[in-house]
Design a protein around this ligand. Sequence first.
Ligand code: NAI
Length: 326
Amino acid sequence: AKSPVRIAVTGAAGQIAYALVFRIASGALLGPDQPVILHLLDLPPMQGALKGVMMELEDCAFPALAGMVATDDPKTAFKDIDIGFLVGARPRGKGMERKDLLGANAEIFTVQGRALNEAAKRTARILVVGNPANTNAHIAMKSAPDLSPDCFSAMIRLDHNRAASMLAGKAGVAVDAIEKLVVWGNHSPTMYPDYRFAEANGRKLAEIIGDEAWNRDVFIPTVGKRGAAVIEARGASSAASAANAAIDQVRDWVVGSHGRWVSMAVASDGSYGIPEGIMFGVPVTTEAGTVTRIPDLAMDEFARERFALTLNELKEERDAVAHLLG
Ligand code: NAI
């Protein structure tokens, strides 16, 4: 029998986690034959609700669910974990400015980064979902100096999936026929979904679509504002699709993307002129926990503009929290 994989989920009593933990336990992440132990972290007032989630997990009788730990202590939650989904974060409250939001989350992700540094497996793969996801991931990484920066990434996959689905509809192709799609930058409305390199069934997607005005005036803004559109329609923020994207990103990361490009926000190695350490969405291929960036993609004038916009936002976020990182 395979030995169990320990998977932490933070914000475990929240709505994304409610869509995430059942799919992990059912085998959607690592397959139904891989036993998993869930480490569920949430704040003290949420422990009752968390207990209810655990009751439901028990009631699913998932064969792959080999155990559960519920806690409000990050070190306990991250003890010996192989995989971490960092979903819990401080939402923007009324009258809260961006710098307050960054500061409140910097505190959370400093504490969690230190706890990961102390307790997680050295090979752990940690995905940050909680917003502002890229900068939270940057903070956690900086707070865990004994873990390789390769242990961390931030979620840009929901944006990637949103873009892929919209492109498939426009081009009249199957969504899984789309290859070489990129979402660059920050998980925020400044992100740059870029299908200049994308192909479907051996043809350039841009040629099939043949509508550059649609790219600039419809596609890019619609992908960028999709999260707000879901809130407007549903009265609550994206949860099932966010959980699905988290599973997609981590599954590709730890199992492998089989040569397909996927977008992941990873700590920059300096390529594309992105300062080292900034968590920036880039195209990668993945294999058993290792990420290989796709290098040297050409930038035209429009692409350079869009790229700079999202990079500048991430530089500002980094600078706004720098003093909190010691
Ligand atoms: P939610 O409010 O339903 O749940 C968040 C949970 O996190 C709550 O149970 C809360 O008690 C918990 N929490 C807060 N601080 C914590 C801490 N320090 N330690 C442990 N738990 C903590 O929110 P939801 O809808 O589940 O969203 C979670 C986060 O994911 C939000 O920050 C949201 O903006 C972000 N998000 C990111 C996306 C992405 O593409 N990167 C997409 C959608 C949402």
